[in-house]
Design a protein around this ligand. Structure first.
Ligand code: 28F
Length: 677
């Protein structure tokens, strides 16, 4: 597909401006239609180093990996434009990361406005708006989505660019955005072309984490290959950089001509589906506006997801392409129901019912997309909704008509979900109607007097004795306590019925006031903070992991919206006379002794459990706002898959996976803890 393939009708559709308004004709373009003049030169790179957060959202690990995304997106743009077929990603032992494509090669001719500088140097050293469209060199660009490779240059302690173009190899080196030499002609290269960017992030900018995570790089590269089947991406990583227990290989080749179909199959591996086959499709010239691809299925027992992309860039906050998809699926299904005489029963189905269990991927390619949000994570291009809806609805009509059995399974499943939702709402209404009847709360809950969720906290504690201490130690106005008796159900390996029958889970769900799974309603949450407060021992850790598994599987939004915390009770009390300190672990204990008790004898006692702590101690060390330590439970966006794998491996139904995990880490178990497995 050559670059000048007209994938998008916009240019043809745009009305010609009246002659006098037209800009002076640009200088004659080079042999490949590129003119350097198309890059608007805006400003130097100093602002980028001063406030990196403005350009890459921060300097944490996620921001660090945006550097890789930016460079990779530029190679992907070359591939999507039909000029590159291969990309290599190589993470080297010395911490350098290189991306190489076999595209046209960044232009090196002198820049008309800066005759002494090459176009390459201007691109590398100036923050420029995406001139990618003016020059006609590209039809779509993910790279526009980001901030340009110059930002990567500014934030790298060293960056080397090699360009192979017109049988000549050029190279230029930069340090922190400044050229350390002029563009040099290295020599002739017979059958090589393209661009290579090799860089190492600057530890002066990325102070905490300056090392790429091979697992993240691997997944980001793989995702790109799924999103554009016309490119082969080769992955290579120095073996010494790999986590021995991880699953990231030192080498891999990603090439998925099957596109999103393969991606979806990998995403839902093993989960039961409502219909046997996926609903997949792609349109390469939808109404001459753009191209799109989708892969959809419905999961019988798991909550679904929609992952969407624009120009191979993830749009985690959805947008117009996703709304077009949802609308198309719902309308086509209802039309189908009408056709087979089930219109009435299907009337109750809402988009939430249908999408709750829907696992869908959608990828659109749009010229000059509009995004919303600080990190441009939501697509706003209005016509994307119409393009997607028309294309998907038409295709889904055919899919439903072509396989009546599958269509019936899907329709029955959707109707069941709608009816279940209506039943739950009826129950809620009954509860609400009997206004006098108190909200059904578990007897064991010692609620706080505040009725508003804002500022209220729920401590989930293990056992009645800890519960007793916590009830005495708490601030009754804002702190509620729910004692759970013994180990709670492991929801990762329990059936839905077993879960529904479990008293502890029932109490927890009632106390929180929200439903589980797709019935979770954030606005009904009765507390702002949910704090798991278990003993600082193995059993306490186990209870905490069971509770986290429950929230992760049944109320993931509660974690994603930052409501879940772990209390950190002290393990040691250190005193000398009237002077008392508390330590959360051995390390903290030794630090305190060194710092606070340099001289004389100290008395050290270890807490066996919360139940044996005096309420005052519990309040002053673990519960009181401002005196306590809380750990927030969160899911790192890029580790979503990793997290799902870990929960499945550690808590899931396959003991052999747990066994393998223990074996791999046996070396870390203290001697005393080794058991004869
Ligand atoms: C490892 C990262 O950055 N590859 C790239 C090209 C090719 C052209 C280009 C890039 C600015 C506004 C045109 C060449 N010849 N890999 C990469 N490959 N940039 S970045 O042009 C940039 C100009 O539009 C290119 C003809 N047209 C475009």
């Amino acid at each position: 597909m050559a670059a000048n393939d007209d994938l998008f009708g916009n240019a043809a559709k745009a009305k010609k401006a009246p002659a006098e308004a037209r800009k002076p004709t640009p200088p004659p373009p080079g042999e490949d239609g590129y003119t350097a003049a198309s890059i608007e030169v805006l400003e130097g790179l100093e602002p980028v180093r001063r406030r990196p957060g403005m350009y890459i959202g921060g300097t944490d690990e996620t921001a660090l990996h945006h550097l890789f995304a930016e460079v990779l997106d530029n190679s992907m743009d070359e591939a999507v434009a039909g000029h590159a077929t291969r990309i290599e990603v190589h993470f080297e032992a010395d911490g350098f990361l290189s991306v190489t494509d076999n595209g046209r090669g960044i232009p090196v001719d002198p820049h008309p406005k800066f005759p002494k500088k090459s176009a390459l140097e201007v691109i590398m050293c100036t923050l420029h708006a995406g001139g990618k469209f003016d020059s006609g060199a590209y039809q779509t660009s993910g790279g526009l989505h980001g901030v340009g490779v110059s930002v990567v240059n500014a934030l790298s302690e060293r960056l080397e660019v090699e360009v192979a173009r017109a049988q000549t190899l050029y190279r230029q080196i930069f340090e922190r955005g400044h050229p350390v030499g002029k563009l040099e002609t290295v020599g002739r290269v017979a059958n090589r072309r393209g661009t290579k960017v090799r860089f190492r992030p600057d530890p002066q900018i990325f102070k905490e984490i300056c090392k790429f995570s091979p697992a993240r790089l691997f997944k980001m590269a793989r995702a790109k290959a799924y999103l554009f089947g016309g490119v082969e991406i080769r992955w290579k990583c120095a073996p010494e950089l790999l986590d021995p227990a991880g699953k990231t290989p030192p080498e891999a080749v990603f090439h998925f001509p099957g596109g999103l179909k393969d991606y979806l199959a990998a995403d839902i591996e093993g989960k039961a589906q409502v219909a046997e086959t996926f609903f997949v499709g792609r349109i390469d010239k939808a109404e001459r506006h753009g191209s799109l691809e989708w892969a959809v299925t419905w999961l019988a027992n798991d909550d679904g997801f929609v992952h969407s992309y624009c120009n191979t860039i993830p749009t985690p906050d959805g947008g117009t392409h996703e709304s077009g998809l949802r609308l198309a699926l719902l309308r086509a299904l209802k039309d189908h129901a009408e056709r087979i005489g089930q219109g009435k029963r299907a009337g109750a189905i809402t988009s939430e019912d249908l999408m709750a269990g829907c696992a869908a991927l959608i990828s659109v390619f749009i010229r000059e997309p509009e995004f919303q949000g600080q990190n441009k994570s939501r697509l706003m291009t209005v016509e994307a909704s119409r393009i997607v809806e028309n294309a998907v609805r038409d295709a889904f009509d055919h899919w439903l008509a072509a396989s009546p059995a599958q269509a019936k399974n899907l329709l029955d499943w959707a109707i069941e979900r709608a009816e279940e939702r209506l039943r739950r709402r009826a129950e809620k209404d009954v509860a609400r109607k009997s206004a006098t009847r108190k909200l059904r709360l578990p007897g064991k809950l010692a609620d706080c007097t505040n009725t508003a969720a804002d500022g209220s906290e729920l401590f989930i504690v293990e056992g009645d004795s800890a519960g007793g201490s916590a009830k005495q130690a708490r601030d009754r106005a804002s702190q509620a306590v729910l004692p759970l008796r013994g180990k709670i159900l492991n929801v990762a390996s329990a059936t839905r019925d077993k879960m529904a029958a479990n008293q502890q889970i029932g109490d927890l769900v009632q106390a929180l006031g929200v439903g589980t799974g797709s019935h979770y309603r954030a606005e009904d949450l009765r507390y702002d903070k949910i704090i798991i407060m278990t003993d600082a021992d193995v059993d306490g850790a186990h209870i905490a992991s069971l509770l986290i598994t429950f929230f992760y599987r049944q109320m993931p939004k509660l974690i994603e919206q930052g409501h879940l915390f772990l209390a950190v009770p002290p393990l040691y009390k250190i005193s000398q006379g009237a002077k008392t300190f508390y330590a959360r672990d051995e390390l903290h204990r030794d630090e305190i002794i060194k710092k606070e008790f340099a001289r004389g004898k100290v008395e050290i006692s270890r807490f066996k459990g919360l139940g044996e702590m005096m309420p005052q101690q519990l309040r002053d060390t673990t519960m009181a706002v401002g005196k306590r330590t809380l750990l927030k439970v969160s899911i790192v966006e890029e580790d979503r898959e990793e997290t799902a794998d870990s929960v499945e491996r550690l808590m899931g139904t396959k003991p052999e996976a747990r066994f393998a995990f223990l074996q791999e880490r046996a070396a870390f178990a203290a001697e005393a803890d080794l058991v004869d497995l």
